[in-house]
Design a protein around this ligand. Structure first.
Ligand SMILES: NC(=O)C1=CN([C@@H]2O[C@H](COP(=O)(O)OP(=O)(O)OC[C@H]3O[C@@H](n4cnc5c(N)ncnc54)[C@H](O)[C@@H]3O)[C@@H](O)[C@H]2O)C=CC1
Ligand SMILES: O=C(O)C(=O)COP(=O)(O)O
Length: 526
């Protein structure tokens, strides 16, 4: 087997890989994306830091790849959905660089307070200038920590050592855990209002993108100082620029940027702006630790043993992986489908497996359904590791059943969701090894490709329904690419599933709902 190591991962930490007689390790010089695409087909595993983009194109050419290891925390440079769809395991090494990132944050904070980088530069340029560099003390100041995880907590402890008062915003940790750290949890608004220094330590997600934007800066204290040693994009750089220009922000320190590498940011025009080139994890100690952790995980993954820090898929044996991977994407889409069709607060999701799946290890497929379901209703990052936990936290009971009532399909997944208002079930199958279909909704037979935009219209089986629906959609110039109608008995309830080339506007949905015999109408986007 071959493992490709990129991005300057510390070689000394790769002993676990080197010890394996069956594993060959290649450490080439920096590769362009095209060069990587050219060689990735030879590799069973790869290790990266933040520089290499393991995107869909790279993964498409990775025909033998089983595992990608991230020697560090953030996996935003890896296309997790594409990796999952291919059954490629993504692992990271989250503990090893916590102290390195926390210590850089403290160094940034002290540099902001005492103008160390600027004073150093001025002195070395030949000026003994004491007047320009009057500083402030950290003692007694309020530090607002956004994201009180591993690094945020380590920063909090260190700041308390400097006699700062630490407050934090993190909706996913409990008051008790914060209290153990001596930190008060506040709302984001209060953090903005009260803090003299604000530091962010959370991943970049849909929810955290531009968390610090124009509006956020407006509500902050005059003279606040800002630090980002987490991810570019959590702070909107153009908004920070304006806030520094107006004097609202008295100093800012960034280790990470919206676009990296970045060597000509407009922020460089401010003297009270300091920056480092993504050095948070760059200590000898951290690099050794993350390399050791990730090398051990790659070896375990390639040997088919359990792996600790899996990011996208539960750690599975190659045998189980071969069985479940074709179903993961269908299952995720079925979760999304159900989430968009069922109204009300979901209490239970029941997943039943028939046919070939009746006797297999299917729990990863169940997790995929839950992931797809939660992805639709939550803003936060949902992955294969946290999905079951997030469902439980939200009071959703997940039930997995094998060998239900039997079926005519070689394999069949049925997802039944019950809310406080209604119950609905959707069944899906894979034809051959790669052709996914939704084959029934609430027991009504359909045959739909689970992709793109769809309209679900339960109705009474009678004339003058299909035509008017088609006319209303056509009047908006939206193309209908496929249509399925399923009924159980003539003149009874039926369902219609239309595939459309664009989402249908709300006013057209309202007009469709008014057609005599239509029982409801819902947009679904997969
Ligand atoms: N500059 C650098 O070189 C380094 C950067 N990092 C980055 O630092 C960040 C934090 O890393 P860790 O502390 O190890 O991660 P972690 O997972 O231990 O902590 C993240 C915390 O953020 C919280 N969180 C998530 N979404 C949130 C939201 N919308 N609002 C408020 N809180 C939210 C989570 O509940 C969690 O407690 C990551 O983005 C990581 O990639 C990590 C190491 C080095
Ligand atoms: O671990 C992380 O999330 C980091 O940002 C570290 O990035 P790096 O490995 O230094 O490119």
């Amino acid at each position: 087997m071959k493992v490709l190591v990129l991005d300057g991962v510390e070689e000394e930490g790769l002993q676990a890989l080197r010890r394996e007689p069956d594993i060959e390790v290649d450490i080439p010089n920096k590769l362009t994306e095209d060069q990587l695409v050219g060689i990735i087909g030879e590799y069973d595993g790869m290790i990266v830091r933040s520089a290499t983009k393991v995107n869909a194109r790279v993964l498409e050419h990775a025909t033998k790849l089983k595992v990608v290891g991230r020697a560090g925390v953030g996996v935003d440079n890896i296309d997790l959905a594409a990796a999952t769809a291919k059954g490629v395991l993504v692992v990271n090494a989250p503990g090893g660089n916590t102290i390195a990132a926390a210590e850089l944050t403290m160094a940034m904070m002290q540099s902001l307070a005492r103008n160390i980088p600027q004073a150093n530069a001025t002195l070395r340029s030949g000026k003994w200038d004491k007047k320009s560099f009057m500083g402030v003390e950290l003692r007694g100041k309020v530090l607002g920590v956004i994201g009180l995880g591993r690094i945020g907590s380590a920063v909090a402890k260190r700041a308390q050592g400097m006699e700062m008062r630490v407050v934090a915003y993190d909706p996913y940790i409990t008051e008790e855990n914060a209290a153990i750290l001596g930190v008060k949890l506040l709302s984001l608004e209060e953090i903005f209002k009260q803090s003299d220094f604000i530091t962010v330590h959370l991943p970049l997600t849909r929810e955290s993108k531009y968390l610090l934007d124009e509006k956020a800066f407006e509500t902050m204290k005059q003279g606040v100082r800002i630090i980002n040693c987490a991810r570019g994009g959590i702070i909107k750089e153009s908004a920070l620029y304006e806030a520094m220009k107006s004097g609202k922000v008295a100093g800012a320190a960034l280790d990470v940027f919206e676009k990296e590498p970045n060597t000509d940011s407009p922020l460089f025009e401010f003297n009270n702006f300091i920056a480092t080139p993504h050095l948070g994890a760059s200590t000898q100690e951290a690099q050794l630790l993350v390399a050791v952790d990730v090398a051990e995980e790659i070896v375990a993954a390639l040997k088919g043993e359990p792996v600790k820090n899996t990011v996208n898929i539960p750690s599975l044996s190659p045998k189980t992986m071969a069985v479940v991977s074709p179903y993961l994407s269908l299952a995720e889409k079925m979760g999304k489908f159900v989430a968009q069709l069922v109204a009300g607060r979901i209490k239970k999701i029941e997943i039943t497996y028939d046919g070939d799946l009746a006797n297999q290890e299917v729990s990863p497929i169940t997790t995929a359904v839950i992931k797809g379901f939660l992805d639709t209703i939550l803003q936060e990052m949902v992955n294969y590791v946290n999905a079951p936990l997030l469902a439980r936290d939200r009071g959703i009971s997940v039930v997995q059943k094998q060998a239900g009532e039997g079926s005519d399909y070689a394999n069949l997944i049925t997802v039944k969701a019950a809310s406080d208002k209604e119950e609905l079930s959707v069944s899906g199958t894979i034809f051959g090894r790669t052709d996914p279909r939704i084959v029934s909704i609430d027991g009504y037979h359909v045959d739909a490709f689970p992709e793109g935009h769809m309209l679900y219209i339960p109705h009474i089986d009678k004339p003058r329904i299909i035509g008017p629906v088609g006319n209303l959609i056509g009047a908006h110039n939206i193309n209908i690419s496929a249509m399925q109608v399923g009924r159980l008995k003539i003149g009874g309830k039926a369902v219609m599933l239309l595939s459309v080339d664009a989402p249908v506007p709300a006013e057209t949905l309202a007009e469709i709902a008014k057609i005599d015999g239509v029982l409801g109408v819902k947009n679904v986007s997969l």
